[in-house]
Design a protein around this ligand. Structure first.
Ligand code: DC
Length: 223
């Protein structure tokens, strides 16, 4: 039986931080599927393709090659062979990613790639449609969420710590806009899979959420 774990939820719920820690704890490989969508958005931006034009993005899709590599347990995203990890986390890339992730050509391109990763290895994969669409037979599905305010507050603190100029209200507005786009798109929208375990991290710290997930996994494993 495939032992993969799906972690879905809205932007800023802490999926990547938590999934990375859980992976280390239980000996799984962490796969960040958002980074793959982000790499495509970066290509679109760099090549000045109109990201609002679905047809144009689709016409260019075969020029885009996204692959993953792992160095010291860290996922590296390669865009046509170039490590783009340092360029895919800007708010501009985030907003464009949410848009291009609604396009069928983009989603089709990444679907097989993501499924193949789970065939080869035991993975904990985070995204928006992993439990509902990419790995419907996953061993364990988690829907990790938090209120928009809690997520905006975390993001704000993260940016302040990095010394970046930012505004809480703008961050909250961006988060709500991304939620809307991710939850209301036609193809593979973000939603909790029927058989997913809901974890609301609004009032929980990183350690507590990690322990909660590890315990859910161990309990399931012992059945
Ligand atoms: O998890 P993230 O914030 O890096 O994701 C960036 C965007 O990619 C997000 O707005 C939704 C999209 N995405 C998606 O549609 N499906 C996935 N499996 C992962 C991400």
């Amino acid at each position: 039986m495939n032992k993969s774990i799906a972690v879905d939820g809205p932007a800023g719920a802490g999926k990547s931080t938590i999934a990375k820690r859980v992976a280390q704890n239980i000996g799984y490989i962490y796969v960040d599927t958002g980074a793959m969508y982000r790499a495509i958005a970066l290509y679109v931006l760099r090549n000045k393709i109109d990201y609002n034009d679905e047809l144009k993005v689709g016409e260019n899709i075969n020029e885009i090659n996204v692959t993953l590599d792992y160095v010291d347990n860290t996922q590296i995203v390669l865009l046509n062979g170039e490590n783009v990890n340092d360029y895919i986390r800007t708010s501009e890339v985030s907003n464009v990613t949410s848009k291009i992730a609604t396009y069928a050509a983009v989603r089709e391109k990444l679907l097989d790639l993501q499924r193949n990763l789970a065939v080869e290895k035991k993975v904990i994969m985070d995204g928006r449609d992993i439990g509902t669409n990419v790995l419907p037979d996953a061993f364990l599905k988690i829907y990790l969420t938090a209120t928009p305010e809690a997520r905006a507050d975390r993001r704000y603190k993260e940016l302040v710590e990095k010394g970046e100029d930012c505004n809480y209200d703008t961050i909250l507005k961006d988060i709500i806009a991304r939620d809307n786009q991710d939850m209301n798109r036609e193809i593979a929208p973000l939603k909790q899979a029927q058989d997913a375990v809901l974890v609301d991290s609004s009032n929980m710290g990183i350690e507590e959420v990690t322990d909660t997930l590890v315990n859910i996994y161990k309990e399931k494993e012992s059945l």
